[in-house]
Design a protein around this ligand. Structure first.
Ligand SMILES: [Zn+2]
Length: 419
């Protein structure tokens, strides 16, 4: 069979498998949660009220409905861009207005991104202003949404255009090993973004005020010293202006870190629970999880770019995915976009692997937290977070296997008790 048709069939087969698998997992999750809606699981019967349990179930079911639409929409958009010729048409349209070259390709990537964002818009608005609203999580106003979008767009242009231009230029001028030079540039870019994120990017969207609670500060400082870290400062972030969901995190490289609490978290947890949550986060640092994750992603992106280096030289790579390549050259942007569209279809079956790894790391961080602070503080903090975020306590095991980056509450608490 000719390679063009083989690739087309491969894509269609993989996409169908993905869609059916995702819908099936979704249906399993719905059935499992609905089945356990009537009663709080025995282990949590004393801590979680029936109404909270049912709110979590209803929230999970409502999200599953949206995700069902999302799965099909995503597949339709992918087919639209590739086999139905969307990307080819967009390319031809841009070429009507601009002469072929680097900047025409940059504009193609920008137009593609813009169209993609517009296609995602209705569902994302529905999620924020209808779904999250109905369950009391949305705190976003329309004016905040608008200013976030404008800022995001400008930031995307300022940071994105140089990156796209650089990558496309390397693809054209970098010779046979352009993918390696591109990879070096991307790694550098990633580290640069991480370095400027806390001081330049995040303050554009949120306010960070120093933590005022002296008792909590002393407490958390003590924990960090015991664990061998120094805190560069404690900050409170006004997460509540967008959502009632909560979090705590660290920013910064090396041993000294800025600790950031969502204001929503401060309201929900006692200081002992707060300390336990931070101890969990410190556990991620002790086990070098962030470093390991980055290393994995760098290795995978090197493999991906090497593959793209090969694929972009093959005519069947374009024709098999519904694009007529320009035979006089200048296909870099098209190759890049096709690759980014299609690769996730072929890697979805590996999702359980990365979810599994992430869940192992959560257990490790929990174990570390329990070695630094009383286990009862972490378990009560976790239960409160599950409750306040309306996370279901009865997910479907297979769904968990594919999607959950954190183990379900019952398993986490059981491990802690055994420790
Ligand atoms: Zn964690």
């Amino acid at each position: 069979m000719n390679p063009t048709l083989t690739l087309t069939y491969l894509l269609v087969g993989a996409l169908l498998t993905n869609v059916l698998l995702k819908l099936w997992l979704n249906a399993r999750q719905v059935r499992h949660v609905a089945l356990h809606r009537a009663e709080v699981p025995e282990t949590f019967a004393t801590q979680i009220s029936l109404s909270d349990h049912q709110k979590a179930a209803d929230y999970t079911l409502a999200k599953a409905k949206v995700s069902q639409i999302d799965i099909m929409l995503e597949a339709a958009i992918l087919v639209g861009w590739t086999l139905l010729g969307g990307l080819s048409a967009l390319n031809a349209l841009v070429l009507e207005f601009m002469a072929p070259g680097l900047w025409q390709q940059v504009v193609l990537v920008l137009c593609f991104t813009l169209v993609g964002a517009l296609l995602d818009l209705p569902l994302s608005l529905y999620q924020t202003f209808v779904l999250e609203q109905r369950f009391g999580f949305n705190k976003m106003t329309w004016s905040l949404w608008f200013s976030d979008s404008v800022k995001g767009l400008l930031l995307g242009l300022v940071l994105g255009v140089p990156l796209i231009a650089m990558v496309l230029w390397l693809m054209q001028a970098g010779g046979a090993y352009w993918w390696f030079w591109t990879w070096c540039a991307l790694v550098f870019w990633q580290l640069f973004l991480m370095a400027i994120a806390p001081n330049v990017i995040m303050p554009l969207f949120n306010k960070f005020t120093p933590l005022e609670d002296e008792a909590l500060k002393t407490r958390v400082n003590g924990l960090m010293q015991r664990a061998g870290f120094t805190a560069k400062g404690f900050f409170v972030m006004d997460g509540s202006k967008r959502s009632a969901h909560s979090n705590a995190f660290f920013t910064g490289f090396g041993a000294s870190k800025r600790v950031v609490f969502f204001d929503t978290l401060l309201k929900q947890l006692s200081s002992a629970e707060m300390e336990a949550v931070l101890a969990h986060e410190l556990g991620h640092f002790k086990h070098r999880h962030i470093f390991k994750m980055m290393l994995t992603s760098f290795i995978l992106s090197l493999l991906g770019l090497a593959l793209l280096g090969f694929a972009s030289q093959q005519i069947w790579f374009y024709t098999g995915l519904g694009v007529m390549p320009n035979l006089l050259g200048g296909n870099e942007a098209v190759a890049l976009l096709l690759f980014m569209l299609v690769v996730p279809v072929f890697t979805f079956l590996l999702a359980p692997l990365s979810s599994w790894r992430s869940r192992i790391q959560e257990y490790e961080a929990d174990a570390y937290a329990v070695s630094q602070t009383p286990a009862k503080d972490l378990s009560s903090a976790l239960l409160k977070l599950y409750q306040d975020n309306a996370s279901t306590l009865t997910p479907d095991p297979l769904y968990v296997m594919f999607y959950y980056s954190h183990p379900p509450a019952s398993l986490r608490l059981a491990r802690m008790q055994n420790a």
